[in-house]
Design a protein around this ligand. Structure first.
Ligand code: SF4
Length: 702
């Protein structure tokens, strides 16, 4: 038996794993004791990874060879790589010639490796010439990106996981790490056990397993996070707990914010948020006066039409109290996906360019033209995820190339997404798994390698770059994602009569190109190499001569003048207001043991032991008022669609709230679209992240 060190492909904690394998078969997995994210521990999902690669799963769940549909709805038939690549290149060239490069969109994934991201980024912007490349990370952390940029000057989480152990007060807002980031939660539990007087504040409309551990659970009304942060800041200012020297030396804009929060007295805040006023005073005191306060946050703040406002309001609190840039303190955004960070670094999104450059700036495009030696880059930001599918539904985007993600389940407002996929002239799906909801719409299905078969790097939530290594060859004719993009790019370049613009012989070649784009930037990794990662283990960026556990410790932020910015954004309610016909506030979220659309985790029967079937959860008092009973089939209806689910009574759901896990797709809910049949596509104006956490719905007997 052989062993290969790699990284877990699920969440953004980025745990190290040791893959046990025997020839072409993965036989086991255990935590890597030398990996600084997990020190050998794995959660249920990670410790079952080898069961997602059994011979039965590979035979029945994986794509083994390129497939093509002669017509939409027809059974796909196998074809060779050479023919598939040639046909796809010819069809993309024809669409590009007839309608321009902007008629092609590329939609990728936070589960791709950084090298894959780099290849797709060049395929889109340098080879096809379209600005429309975006990632499913848009649904996950784009509000965190913009929140950091507007306040601290760069998209860089300033903290480390070790700050969980060093903090005296931890504030968790809009996150349930007990389920979504379990290894970090174990670290938090251990830290609390070792630190008498430690304070944990959890802000969440639901009483989650994370909230159960809290000293103070602020069970606010969904969508009122900005109001709460403004109220907390009001209390801090009133009590004189502001860090005046820090504000004067290292920030700008405090007076404007102070004027904004003047009216957010804790009494008014309590009324708007549905909280006790005393709890707001208490939370403000613990956060401001503890020696070191850390916040952890995730989709509850990000997936919102006010996502950026929620992020900046929380970061304002850190800046006003000086709880930043020191051990155990700072605003720490947790990433949902294993390589959302790598996608941000390599600029594989419509609103980012490589090396944290900005597609809204001509000088940053000029940088990229020099780095890539490509004179004719698009020169503008492209459509973000929701906008890209809306453009396809209108007929403006005519070809969609989708890699490693399942928009026909995961995007909001499925009616629009499905209309887009049906209307496109060409849909290319590059996937490891054969039976996703999106596969039905694909004209070409290209088999991709996946965990245990791929080589490259990923970056976790604490800016730590880890190596991903192959233990076994991919099944059948499946190939690395970067290789698929690379080979079709070469045919497109040949068709345009020019030398290849994406020219690599290995994943490491692509990483070296990515590294070159970081030189002199806030995320500079010019001193790092794969050899260093192999010899010294995972490292945190920036890395010029050594890794960097904590940012801004010299008091200088990533803005032009070195001062962090207070951002004064008013509280706005969610985009859709509940009313007499749609009285419930529906939220979506994760289950403990499943991942995204379940294409991988759904192949392990044991992972259904915790939660075995889909349901909509309602507070028992709401169910009683409507004479609805546990287990009864109910219709969940919004302005966009409906679905039928069994009812679960759950006192942890707030009154007037409803909860459906995001994972269940049509495979598990019959011929329905999953929860995104009813969610809507409203998004934050700054981050373009959709409001998956709040939709107004009715719930009635089916
Ligand atoms: Fe994998 Fe996340 Fe679990 Fe770690 S915590 S084993 S990265 S799913």
């Amino acid at each position: 038996m052989a062993e290969t060190k790699s990284t877990c492909p699920y969440c953004g904690v980025g745990c190290g794993v040791v893959i046990e394998h025997d020839g072409a078969q993965i036989t086991g997995v255990r935590g890597d004791p030398g990996h600084p994210a997990n020190f050998g521990r794995l959660c249920t999902k990670g410790s079952n990874l080898h069961l997602t690669a059994t011979p039965v799963v590979i035979r029945h769940q994986r794509l083994h060879q390129p497939m093509k549909r002669a017509t939409r709805g027809a059974r796909p038939a196998a074809l060779g790589w050479e023919q598939a690549n040639r046909e796809i290149a010819e069809r993309l060239l024809a669409i590009r010639a007839a309608h321009g490069p902007d008629s092609i969109g590329i939609y990728i994934s936070g589960q791709l490796l950084t090298e894959d991201y780099h290849a797709f980024n060049k395929l889109a912007r340098a080879v096809i010439g379209t600005p429309h490349i975006d990632s499913n990370s848009r649904l996950c952390m784009s509000s965190a990106v913009v929140g950091y940029k507007q306040t601290l000057g760069a998209d860089a989480p300033p903290c480390s996981y070790e700050d969980i152990e060093l903090a005296d007060c931890v504030l968790i807002s809009g996150a349930n790490p007990a389920w979504a980031h379990p290894i970090l939660f174990r670290r938090l539990e251990a830290a609390r056990a070792n630190k008498p007087g430690h304070k944990l504040i959890v802000i969440d409309p639901r009483r989650t397993e994370t909230a159960e551990l809290a000293d103070l659970h602020l069970q606010l009304r969904p969508g009122t996070d900005v109001a709460l942060c403004h109220g907390l800041l009001h209390a801090v200012i009133w009590q004189g707990w502001t860090a005046d020297d820090f504000i004067a030396a290292h920030t700008a804009g405090f007076d404007t914010l102070k004027a904004l929060v003047r009216d957010w007295t804790p009494a008014r805040t309590a009324q708007v948020c549905g909280l006790n006023e005393a709890d707001i005073w208490q939370a403000a005191e613990w956060f401001a006066t503890s020696p070191a306060s850390l916040s952890l946050y995730c989709q509850g703040l990000n997936q919102s039409s006010a996502g950026t406002a929620k992020n900046t309001a929380l970061i304002n609190l850190h800046l006003a109290t000086g709880q930043i840039a020191k051990p155990g303190a700072g605003p720490f955004s947790l990433t949902g996906q294993p390589n959302a960070m790598g996608g941000r670094e390599s600029g594989g999104m419509a609103t980012l360019l490589p090396g944290h450059r900005d597609p809204g700036k001509a000088e940053d495009w000029a940088d990229m033209a020099t780095l890539w030696n490509v004179p004719d880059l698009p020169g503008q930001p492209g459509h973000t995820a929701v906008e890209m599918f809306e453009a396809a539904a209108r007929g403006e985007i005519r070809a969609l190339w989708i890699a490693c993600t399942n928009p026909a389940q995961s995007m909001p407002d499925q009616a629009v997404v499905r209309r887009a996929l049906e209307r496109c002239e060409l849909v290319i799906l590059q996937e490891a798994f054969a039976h996703t909801a999106t596969a039905r719409y694909a004209d070409y299905l290209l088999p991709a390698a996946t965990w245990g078969e791929k080589e490259g790097t990923v970056t976790n939530s604490e800016r730590r770059i880890s190596r991903v290594r192959p233990a076994v060859p991919p099944p059948g004719e499946a190939r690395a994602d970067w290789r698929i993009a690379h080979d079709i790019a070469a045919l497109i370049d040949a068709g345009l009569g020019r030398a290849p613009r994406l020219n690599a012989t290995s994943a490491e070649d692509l990483w070296l190109e990515h590294r070159a784009a970081t030189r002199g930037r806030d995320l500079d990794i010019s001193g790092l190499s794969w050899a260093t990662l192999d010899a010294d283990g995972p490292q945190q960026w920036p890395y010029v001569t050594a890794g960097t556990p904590r940012l801004y410790t010299d008091g200088r932020f990533a803005t032009a003048d070195g001062r962090a910015r207070f951002v004064a954004k008013a509280y706005l309610p969610p985009a859709e207001a509940p009313g007499p016909r749609l009285p419930f506030e529906l939220t979506t979220g994760r289950m403990r043991d499943q991942w995204h659309g379940m294409s991988r985790s759904g192949s392990v029967p044991g992972l259904f032991a915790h939660e075995g079937r889909p349901a909509v959860r309602l507070h028992p008092a709401d169910a009683a008022r409507r004479k609805l009973a546990e287990g009864e089939l109910v219709t969940v209806r919004s302005r966009r669609g409906e679905l039928v689910l069994p009812l679960r009574l759950d006192a942890n759901v707030p009154p007037a709230g409803a909860d459906i896990a995001m994972h269940w797709g049509e495979e598990f809910i019959g011929a329905q679209d999953g929860v995104n049949a009813v969610t809507h596509g409203a998004f934050c104006p700054d981050s373009r992240q959709p409001e998956l956490k709040f939709s107004a719905v009715a719930i009635e007997p089916a």
